[in-house]
Ligand binder design. Structure first.
Ligand code: KG4
Ligand code: ZN
Length: 324
């Protein structure tokens, strides 16, 4: 079955065609990030206006690249939240109108759950159940996945999301936006052992808190002349250590030996390597999405939509934004 995925939860306008929930035939992502750079973050009104202008073009490009016609689609899958309200509405309205006019079934998808699914794309299978970590610009969450309509939350961030912390530290170090890739690049020339930062402890062991480490970086560079490459490397390793510690703790708590990772921060090579190393030590199998599917995209939305649809999930034309 061919599924059209639509994703407009943040700055991006994305459309993709995925066959039978796995094979990605096209994955088009039009980002408006260059328009937001001067403001140091995504401006919702600019994002949704751009999405309104580009959504038709992007969906057409996804169909064309996949060599699939509208009449061949078996399902339309669209992100219905969480994310920016106006942006989500553009994607949902578009998906609903195509569904209605062409009589194609529709399913609304949770954005975080679709990030978990990204590791399944272009891969044969991952056995259920497993523990999943999603690290993005808006969320840092640990899940226990029995199957895709029974996803249990195990931990979440109490303040900044992990990607948000990268973005804010990049701002402190005057690197630009988005900060994740810039920190990673700068950290390559740095010594992560030079400075010791720490993440705040949380009452519940599987929750996260990143605002303390961000403030520690700010005070550190204000107080003394510092080599920014060392600051970036130390910050990056502090965050990676915490993510690893809590993810493997979650695996032990659930006696799970499979860990699935997803979200924009997974584009970070150092994080990928360190997780792989830790997994070998703990005898846990880890599953990382291809880098193309880490940051926001519609292939993960189409893929998860297929699985839910197979399980009998469908949305009506009443589908609205779901911000929870
Ligand atoms: O999943 P995503 O594309 O969007 C959200 O759903 O939020 O994640 C975007 C986040 C941004 O905060 C960005 O700085 C971060 O992912 N990111 C990275 C890297 N590439 C993107 N963080 C660390 N290292 C990277 N290489
Ligand atoms: Zn995302």
């Amino acid at each position: 079955m061919y599924v059209l995925g639509i994703e407009t939860s943040c700055d991006e306008t994305a459309a993709s065609i995925v066959k039978d929930g796995r094979r990605v035939l096209s994955n088009i992502v039009a980002s408006s990030i260059s328009l937001h750079k001067q403001y140091g973050g995504v401006v919702p009104e600019i994002a949704s206006r751009k999405q309104l202008e580009t959504i038709v073009e992007v969906a057409e490009a996804a169909l064309k690249k996949a060599r699939v016609k509208l009449s061949q689609l078996g399902l339309i899958s669209v992100t219905d939240g969480p994310g920016l309200l106006g942006s989500l509405l553009v994607g949902i309205s578009f998906a609903k109108s195509v569904s209605f006019s062409r009589n194609i079934p529709l399913v609304g998808i949770n954005h975080l759950h679709s990030h978990i699914y990204s590791a399944f794309l272009n891969r044969k299978n991952i056995q259920l159940p497993f523990v999943a970590l999603v690290v993005s610009g808006g969320h840092t969450s640990l899940f226990y996945v029995k199957d895709f309509h029974r996803i249990e939350i195990m931990g979440l961030t109490l303040d900044d999301a992990c990607g948000e912390a990268f973005d804010k530290v990049a701002k402190i170090l005057k690197l630009g936006y988005p900060g994740g890739p810039l920190i990673e690049k700068l950290a390559k020339g740095g010594d992560s052992k030079k400075i010791r930062f720490g993440c705040s402890k949380t009452k519940k062991p599987l929750n996260f808190s990143f605002s303390g480490v961000k403030t520690a970086v700010l005070y550190y560079v204000q107080r003394q002349p510092a080599r920014y490459a060392d600051v970036a490397a130390s910050f990056q390793d502090t965050v990676i250590d915490v993510l690893i510690e809590k993810s493997f703790l979650a695996c032990r708590m659930k006696k799970a030996n499979r860990l699935v990772l997803g979200g924009g921060v997974l584009a970070n090579n150092r994080l990928r390597q360190e997780f792989s190393r830790a997994a070998q030590k703990d005898k846990v199998s880890i599953y990382l999405p291809e880098r193309e599917f880490c940051t926001d995209n519609a292939a993960m939305v189409a893929g998860l939509g297929y699985q839910l649809f197979k399980n009998g999930n469908l949305s009506s034309l009443d589908l609205g934004v779901n911000l929870n």
